[in-house]
Structure formats: structure tokens, C-alpha cells
Ligand binder design. Structure first.
Ligand SMILES: Cc1cc2nc3c(=O)[nH]c(=O)nc-3n(C[C@H](O)[C@H](O)[C@H](O)COP(=O)(O)OP(=O)(O)OC[C@H]3O[C@@H](n4cnc5c(N)ncnc54)[C@H](O)[C@@H]3O)c2cc1C
Length: 409
């Protein structure tokens, strides 16, 4: 395997220093989350032949295997990378490759790889995100046009994105999983108001969208009419891979906006700086974080390979996701035990802002499907335990009691 990737590694080692800025390089003006900066970095990778390594060559990618992305990630560590594009590259792009028409793929994938298009997922609604199939945003077809009405929420970076995949209910008389359609939506157009939401840590990367008589051409459905559940299930598979640190499509381990926690070496550094490194409990916490890192590496390898070879089903990705959540919660909590009250004023540095990470840790247990939903999936789909009782299975959606007005006249 190494021999196979060695020329690529050498080419990268030559190219990176001349074309990508170092993270520890001269200070820059502007925010590290400036979308223009991330688009430009993505463009540099594209021009250098390093964008979309695992995307098909027919749509502007390099058509390589996941091993090459791994080599890229190893060599590019320490360089500034367009991580703001990770959700687009790791979740939305692969879903378009899986379900798009030839025309849709040719229109969007090269633009995504060039950094010209950033995408967002419009799935969750104010009435709930776990029960995605209970979506009540309404899509009504009128000839060659669909008209959408409703509201979406918790959409990461919608305000700085260009396009979205938006799930809506297109048929209310079918059971809930069967009456959904996925739409390709240009974000900045009449009928779509995007309102940023300020979070507990002061950031405002989430948005709520208000959709009023938004017109979408019939050619802009992704997948067939009423087959949106199939599309969203695949999208969530890509999302679990990304959030579980196993995506073959992205730079680094996690998506921008996904909560991170200090790593074991960072916790060790915090312990030394806080003067708690001799405390036995602190040492045990750091050692356990280190063990979690080692286990995660093996787990990603084993489950990723199993899914790729078909010996494990795709829903096994929930194991990776659950492990990542468990690790984020453990390491965030450990950082408070190790730094003690100093955590509140811990300076930005290798271990980031410990207080900020601690405040945001719980969102790791929600993003991309909550910790409880991952456990449900593992219990029911991986281990084959009986499904939780649901009164709406197989029942026409407009006969199920819910908060949306009925469409039956
Ligand atoms: C950082 C972050 C980024 C996000 N980005 C996006 C995005 O880009 N696009 C998007 O559409 N959404 C996004 N979300 C929303 C996310 O998908 C939802 O928060 C998530 O699906 C949970 O939905 P909810 O918040 O509505 O909670 P609810 O569904 O209301 O659930 C509330 C609680 O009840 C539990 N619960 C619900 N049903 C069950 C059940 N059957 N069994 C056991 N427990 C249950 C849940 O686990 C949760 O703890 C993001 C969220 C976060 C935190």
C-alpha cells in the first residue's frame, strides 16, 4: 500500500510548502472562519490537482482511493486547510454523486471541488430533528414547479452557503417515510429568509430558515419524487462517517462546526500547565483519553473496512459516531477536572479554548443525530433487537396526529 501511494506523497511534500499557508505562519487579518478564505484555499487545492481525491474523475475529482486521502491528511497536518468545506465535501457532495442525474453532477460537483459552491443540509425543523421522517415542510407540485412552505432550523453555516439539500413532504397520504422528496435549493432567493441564531458561546453559525412559496423547478429534485427517505438515509450515512472521523472525502477528522475536545496530548499539556500533572486522578484521566484515541483509530479502520467490503452494514457507522460522542464528552469533562477553575480563563492555544469547548460539548451529542438515536440504530439495525413501538408505521401521514394542518379536504 505504501509503495502505491509513495509517488503521491512525494508530490504533496513538494507542492504543499509552496502553495498552502502553514497554520503557525505569519498572523493574518480576518477571521479563521472567513468563508472567502476557505473557498480560496479549496481553489488552490483544485488547481494543484489535490481537490476531491476520492471523487470520480468524470466530475473533476481525482478518482483515487481513501488511502490517498489519508496520506493527504497526514502530509497536510500543520497547514491551513479549507475545513469550512468539510460538510459540503463530506456529506452533500457524496450524496449528489450517489443520487444526482448526470446533469446535476456535472453542474454541481466540479463547482464544489473548485470551492465555488458551499452546501448546507436543511433537514431539522422546529418541531423536531430526531424524527426526520416526521418532516412537515410542505412541497406541492404545480406542473413543472414545486412550491415549498415551512421552516428549517439548526442548519450549520446556511448564511454563508450557496445551495442546500432540503427535505420536504410531497405526499401526505402516504406513510411518513414514503411521502418525502429531497430538493436542490439555491439559498439566496425570494421565498427563503435565513436568520442566524446566536449560541451559548457567542458564535452564530446556525440558522433558521423561513420558507414561503419557494418555487423549485421539477428537475431540481435529488432522487425520485417521494423517494426522499432513501436520499436522506444515504446522506446520514455520509454524515455519520464524517462525524465518526471516518470520512474518505475530507481534510482532517471532523467537520467545521462540529464540537471538538482536547486530545490526550493536549490534556497532558493542560495538566503540566495547570500544575496538576502529579495528581493520580489527573494522570488516570489523561491515560484514559489516550486509550480512547488508540481504540478510535482501530475502530475507524475496522468498521470503515467492514462497510467498504460489505461485511458490515452501513448502519454500523453509528458505532463510530457513538464512540466519537463518548470521547468528546469524556475529554471535555476531563479538561475541567484537570485545569480546575482555571478552565474559565484558559488562553487560546494548543488545546483551544477549554471553557468554550466545555460549553459546546453537549452539542456533540445532538449534531448529525443524537446519542440516543445512535443507540437506537445500533440496537435495532445492527443487533436486530425489536423496533421501538411507533403508532405511525404504515399509516397515511395525514391520519397521524401531528402539529401540521391536515391536507385532506
Ligand atoms: C452542532 C450541530 C450542527 C447541526 N447541523 C445541522 C444542519 O446543518 N442541518 C440540520 O438540518 N440540522 C442540524 N443540526 C440539528 C440536529 O440534526 C438535531 O439537533 C438532532 O437531529 C436532534 O434533533 P432535535 O434537536 O430537534 O432534538 P429532538 O428530536 O427534539 O430530541 C430531543 C431529545 O430527545 C431525544 N429523543 C428523541 N427521540 C428519541 C427516541 N425515539 N428515543 C430516544 N431518545 C429520543 C433526543 O436524543 C434528544 O436528546 C445540528 C445540530 C448541532 C448540535
Amino acid at each position: 500500500m505504501e509503495q502505491h501511494t509513495e509517488p503521491f506523497r512525494r508530490r504533496l511534500r513538494q507542492w504543499l510548502p509552496d502553495h498552502m499557508p502553514r497554520e503557525d505562519g505569519p498572523p493574518r487579518t480576518g477571521s479563521a472562519r472567513d468563508p472567502a478564505r476557505h473557498r480560496e484555499l479549496q481553489r488552490r487545492l483544485f488547481d494543484g490537482g489535490f481537490a476531491g481525491l476520492t471523487y470520480p474523475a468524470a466530475y473533476g475529482g481525482q478518482g483515487l482511493t481513501a488511502e490517498f486521502q489519508e496520506v493527504f491528511n497526514q502530509e497536510a497536518a500543520g497547514y491551513e486547510l479549507p475545513t469550512l468545506c468539510n460538510v459540503t465535501l463530506g456529506i452533500l457532495g457524496p450524496t449528489i454523486v450517489d443520487f444526482g442525474t448526470e446533469e446535476q453532477k456535472l453542474r454541481h460537483i466540479p463547482a464544489i471541488l473548485r470551492g465555488d459552491e458551499m452546501w448546507v443540509q436543511l433537514l431539522s425543523e422546529p418541531a423536531g430533528g430526531s424524527d426526520l421522517a416526521g418532516c412537515i415542510t410542505r412541497a406541492v407540485r404545480d406542473g413543472d414547479v414545486w412550491v415549498l412552505n415551512g421552516s428549517k432550523i439548526w442548519s450549520t453555516n446556511a448564511h454563508i452557503s450557496d445551495f442546500a439539500l432540503c427535505l420536504a413532504r410531497s405526499n401526505w397520504s402516504l406513510p411518513k417515510h414514503r411521502g418525502l422528496t429531497m430538493f436542490i435549493v439555491a439559498l439566496h432567493q425570494p421565498g427563503l429568509d435565513i436568520e442566524p441564531i446566536t449560541q451559548a458561546n457567542g458564535d452564530a453559525e446556525f440558522c433558521q430558515e423561513f420558507i414561503t412559496d419557494l418555487a423549485i423547478g421539477a428537475a431540481d429534485t435529488l432522487g425520485a419524487e417521494n423517494a426522499g427517505w432513501e436520499v436522506v438515509s444515504r446522506l446520514l450515512y455520509h454524515e455519520r462517517n464524517l462525524a465518526g472521523a471516518a470520512s474518505p472525502y475530507t481534510y482532517g477528522l471532523v467537520a467545521e462546526g462540529t464540537p471538538v475536545a482536547p486530545t490526550a496530548p493536549e490534556l497532558a499539556e493542560v495538566a503540566r500547565a495547570a500544575g496538576t500533572a502529579h495528581n493520580n486522578r489527573v494522570r488516570a484521566l489523561v491515560a484514559e483519553a489516550h486509550a480512547l484515541d488508540a481504540i478510535q483509530e482501530q475502530l475507524v479502520e475496522r468498521i470503515g473496512t467492514g462497510i467498504a467490503l460489505g461485511t458490515l452494514q452501513a448502519t454500523s457507522g453509528s458505532l463510530l459516531r457513538l464512540f466519537e460522542i463518548t470521547k468528546v464528552l469524556f475529554c471535555s469533562n476531563a479538561s475541567v477536572d484537570i485545569a480546575r477553575s482555571e478552565v474559565v480563563v484558559w488562553p487560546e492555544g494548543t488545546a483551544g479554548s477549554l471553557g468554550g469547548q466545555f460549553l459546546m460539548r453537549q452539542s456533540a451529542a445532538l449534531a448529525g443525530g443524537s446519542i440516543e438515536m445512535q443507540r437506537n440504530i445500533i440496537a435495532e439495525r445492527v443487533l436486530g433487537l425489536p423496533r421501538e413501538h411507533a403508532p405511525d408505521v404504515g399509516v397515511p401521514f395525514d391520519s397521524v396526529p401531528h402539529n401540521a394542518p391536515s391536507t385532506r379536504r
